[in-house]
Design a binder for this molecule. Structure first.
Ligand SMILES: Cc1cc2nc3c(=O)[nH]c(=O)nc-3n(C[C@H](O)[C@H](O)[C@H](O)COP(=O)(O)OP(=O)(O)OC[C@H]3O[C@@H](n4cnc5c(N)ncnc54)[C@H](O)[C@@H]3O)c2cc1C
Length: 299
């Protein structure tokens, strides 16, 4: 927190990122030490870090970067490929419980994911500001392009998408503050894949509105647009977050009884008739109205 030392998170492996069951890096206890062997990939800023949080199949371990056996490859230069060969750390360098790697990883990644979404909102707003400024500044076919309806549509869609994302992130942050990242897991996953989509769409529209200038690297837009695919992959690919959302949302539902969906009108009408049979028997006018409504609906 004081920025006195830097850390990096070493989880992904060359043979598999989305599926932790494919990870092979493992620690074996040897007397008063753990001995770690494995290979990691895309450890952001691993080269610059003082300590590495290394996710093993049996726990997360704190490894000082200068420990013998830590070998950082030349490429990729920023998100590092690291080999851990017979890396020895004291027993107390196990973070959390043994075999608790997946739970700890989810806790750490949850906070990181909502921060991605927060930063993305700022980028989207910047792209949006550039889009609006351009719309009011550029003329085509006798008027400023802001007066062309398709330009207005791009602005309106972008405005709404950014506001929706902003409100979803605020709601998620509020949930985290008032409970935990675990309780907000569905919301965090939703923020993560939505922020990538909004960044892609808004930065593309802004680039498009800047015409030829938008296609150059003379404005921030190209970098923003190129950043969208990264946002769809880093800290979990979109597909996995969508699975999380769908699975958790479906926990609040159950299959309907019998043949028909709950909202199937004929079945609902029949049930209502049964429920209010006494009332219909004593109020002929109401019964006539109900019959007429049923005949009208059956047409
Ligand atoms: C900029 C950046 C920084 C990163 N920093 C770190 C870091 O600091 N530490 C770290 O450990 N890792 C880091 N990563 C790695 C990141 O966590 C992985 O890239 C991510 O988990 C995906 O793994 P993968 O790249 O192996 O893709 P894969 O798992 O090979 O997935 C490739 C594609 O396969 C498809 N796919 C995979 N699984 C499914 C599924 N279940 N259902 C449907 N489709 C699927 C998707 O289309 C997916 O995009 C970083 C990545 C990036 C881009």
């Amino acid at each position: 927190m004081n920025q006195e030392i830097w850390s990096a998170y070493s989880m992904t492996e060359p043979q598999g990122g989305s599926d932790p069951d494919l990870f092979k890096t493992h620690a074996v206890r040897d007397g008063e030490e753990w001995v770690i062997n494995g290979e990691k990939w895309f450890t952001s800023a691993g080269r610059a870090a003082d300590i590495l949080f290394v996710m093993c199949t049996n726990g997360i371990f704190i490894v000082p970067r200068t420990t013998p056996g830590v070998e950082i490859m030349d490429v990729p230069s920023t998100h590092n490929h690291i080999r851990y060969t017979d890396v020895r750390v004291p027993l107390d360098h196990l973070l959390g419980p043994e075999d608790g790697a997946k739970v700890l990883a989810q806790r750490r990644l949850g906070g990181g994911r909502i921060h991605h979404a927060m930063r993305t909102i700022a980028q989207c707003k910047r792209a949006f500001d550039m889009m609006c400024e351009r719309a009011l500044s550029r003329e085509s076919h006798g008027k400023v392009i802001a007066d062309h309806q398709m330009v207005q549509q791009a602005i309106a869609d972008s405005y709404v998408e950014i506001q929706q994302l902003r409100l979803m992130v605020l709601w998620t942050a509020w949930t985290i503050d008032n409970s935990s990242t675990q309780a907000a897991r569905t919301q965090i996953a939703a923020c993560k894949f939505t922020c990538a989509k909004v960044l892609r769409d808004v930065s593309y529209r802004a680039m498009h509105m800047l015409g030829s200038l938008g296609t150059t690297n003379l404005t921030p837009l190209q970098a923003m647009w190129a950043g969208a695919p990264t946002m769809s992959v880093a800290d979990g690919v979109d597909e996995l977050h969508k699975v999380t959302v769908a699975r958790n949302v479906l926990k609040g539902y159950k299959p309907h009884d019998g043949l028909w969906p709950t909202e199937y009108y004929p079945a609902k009408r029949e049930a209502a008739r049964k429920k209010f049979a006494d009332v219909l028997a004593t109020e002929p006018e109401l019964a006539t109205y109900a019959d007429r409504a049923a005949r009208f609906a059956a047409r």
